[in-house]
Design a protein around this ligand. Structure first.
Ligand code: M6R
Length: 611
């Protein structure tokens, strides 16, 4: 989703801004822009479409632009108004002396706009953000103090925002603030940075401070001042970021998605490391602080998440119910927050999020927290808003995921749920999970086998790449795998793909089957194997093109299925962690075959910071 970067120092700002924006590109966007100060005047450069379009415009004016040692930049994922040049950020006021970039949504922008128009402000865009530009400019006209102008403006703004503001009358100053949207400041020597996410500044500094809601930070090349909304000074807490810039390199792979799929064996090892020490030792989850007596007496668990994280949560439900006998509800965060949900202090609420910044999930956990529930967060970003607001944490350790389509973070979430479910079972005194622990330890080798022999998957991708629709069917613990396989395919290839429980096929979806419809059966040996075979027969009888993803070596399957994708044998309970890998690859190879923008699919954002 939108990204912000700001630089103030003694170097030319432009390259730093453009590199910062490039490192945020993966989040998904549809226009971009920068504001710099050239010879005492604010100048804006904006472009619709890819960042390269902005770079081309800037290039034409490079000698002038490179004079500026201050600047703010933005990539925009359109919410209010189409992705045009006029709607691209930065936005300005009537006099053009100020520039603002914004992530989030200003919910009361209509009321603010009406008031501002009455005072003579002329709006040039359809965005909610432009109201902030006019509002801060009006406050600055009264106070002649940019920090104070931003502070007063935030008192009138409702909604979610991370904002960065510069003004040509206040040279060498960037003012930034946030509410319900991430913002981080990077400390340099004779220079300072601000951004909506770490990748934009990690190559310049590892010393960073996360800004909290309603704090206002004022940056000059040599100083950083932090106050709260009541003007009180706030203690500055800088930390050393554990990140390496190399994490953002494709390392020879054609796409980040392919690289991230191949990282999964190591991701599993990382997640297990220090937590699963030996099969006869209990699981160690240091950051789970829920009192063990309370855990034993939990009445229910609710898990909230979105997209791929929701699918990991569905596997988690299956595991916790199976191992621990505690009732688990899984719900998309965006639904959970708009109905009367029954939670109390005996309910554990688990939020799952790769980014830790998904607005719907943040709101859901805040609601649950206000009702007294213990909040446990499963996230890939221990530095995120969710992690910082959690009572307990399960850090998933997948490393930064650049491709918009989640792959390795899903794997890490799944493995974290296996660990969490075993941990809870062990706290409850259930001890017969040693076989599963052993299987978890050898899982990376099985994933490596799939990655080393991709021929069946590539062949299947070539055969079905031109399909208009795709159906994935499964039962039991692999139903979420079917949903995830379908989500991956539609996200990056734009093929209409849907996951169904195989038993539901005959209650409606079977009407769609004919010779043009591929049906992929997730056919794992175990208790639903025979039933899956029957459901596949039913689809075959309607002339559907049948594909099996299976750990069975039964040669009779060649009679029923047109294509087969084999994976190493695995227990049914752990099979979601193996079966998803060929589905990620299938989606990847189909999208690649179709020439799609694999890492940055249209309309999607890596981190969805609006509700
Ligand atoms: O950061 P989160 O895990 O909270 O994000 C949730 C979804 O937006 C995300 O999983 C999305 O569905 C991905 N594009 C999946 O590939």
């Amino acid at each position: 989703m939108c990204g912000i970067v700001g630089y103030i120092g003694r170097k030319s700002a432009i390259d730093i801004l453009l590199e910062g924006l490039t490192s945020l590109e993966y989040r998904g966007y549809d226009s971009s822009g920068i504001a710099v100060n050239i010879d005492g005047k604010i100048k804006l450069y904006k472009a619709a479409g890819k960042l390269q379009n902005l770079k081309d415009i800037v290039d034409k004016d490079y000698r002038e632009v490179s004079k500026s040692t201050i600047g703010i930049g933005h990539i925009r994922w359109a919410t209010h108004g189409a992705p045009t040049v006029e709607n691209a950020h930065p936005h300005s006021c009537n006099c053009g002396r100020l520039a603002v970039v914004h992530n989030g949504i200003i919910e009361n922008f209509k009321e603010l706009k009406e008031k501002l128009e009455k005072k003579g402000c002329v709006f040039r865009s359809q965005t909610d953000t432009e109201t902030v530009a006019h509002l801060v400019a009006a406050k600055f006209a009264e106070t002649k103090d940019l920090t104070e102008a931003v502070r007063l403006a935030t008192k009138e703004i409702e909604g979610a925002y991370a904002l960065c503001v510069i003004h040509q009358d206040v040279k060498d100053t960037i003012v930034a603030t946030r509410r319900n949207a991430p913002l981080v400041v990077g400390l340099g020597e004779g220079e300072n940075f601000v951004a909506s996410d770490v990748p934009a500044l990690i190559q310049y500094t590892k010393k960073a401070m996360y800004i909290e809601d309603n704090q206002i930070v004022t940056l000059t090349p040599d100083t950083i001042d932090l106050i709260d909304i009541d003007k009180k000074k706030v203690n500055q807490k800088f930390e050393t970021l554990p990140w390496e810039p190399v994490a953002l390199s494709k390392m020879g792979y054609k796409h980040f998605m392919l690289k991230e799929i191949h990282e999964q064996p190591d991701v599993v090892r990382n997640v297990l490391s220090g937590k699963l020490r030996a099969i006869d030792e209990p699981i160690v989850l240091k950051e789970v602080t829920l009192d063990k007596e309370k855990l034993k007496n939990l009445s229910r668990i609710q898990i909230v998440a979105c997209g791929t994280s929701l699918h990991a949560a569905m596997v988690g439900k299956y595991l916790i119910e199976d191992f621990c006998g505690i009732a688990v509800d899984v719900e998309p965060s965006s639904e959970y927050i708009y109905r009367k949900t029954i939670t109390d202090k005996n309910t554990l609420v688990i939020g799952v999020s790769q980014s830790g910044e998904t607005a719907d999930t943040i709101t859901a956990i805040r609601q649950a927290k206000s009702r007294g529930s213990h909040i446990l967060i499963v996230t890939n970003r221990p530095d995120s808003t969710m992690a910082r607001e959690a009572d307990s944490l399960v850090p998933v350790n997948a490393g930064i995921e650049v491709s918009v389509a989640a792959t390795k973070s899903y794997m890490a979430q799944l493995i974290s749920f296996y660990l969490l479910a075993i941990y809870m079972a062990e706290v409850k005194g259930i001890k017969d999970l040693e076989t599963l622990k052993h299987e978890l330890i050898i899982l990376p080798q099985k994933i490596e086998k799939i990655l080393a022999h991709k021929e069946e998957i590539q062949k299947c991708a070539r055969t079905f790449a031109n399909s208009k629709d795709f159906i994935f069917i499964a039962r039991g613990i692999n139903f979420p795998t079917a949903l995830e396989g379908a989500l991956k395919l539609k996200e990056i290839s734009y093929i209409n793909a849907t996951g169904y429980t195989a038993g539901e096929l005959k209650h409606g979806p079977i009407a769609m089957l004919d010779e043009s419809m591929p049906v992929l059966s997730i056919l794992m040996t175990g208790k639903v194997y025979e039933k899956m075979l029957s459901n596949s027969e039913e689809a075959k009888a309607r002339n559907a093109k049948m594909i099996a993803l299976t750990d069975s070596t039964d040669s009779n399957l060649y009679e029923l299925f047109d294509s087969l994708i084999h994976i190493p044998p695995i227990s049914e309970i752990l099979s979601p962690a193996l079966a998803v890998v060929p589905l990620q690859l299938l989606a990847y190879y189909i999208a690649e075959f179709l020439g799609k923008d694999v890492d940055q699919p249209r309309n999607l954002a890596k981190s969805v910071t609006v509700e």
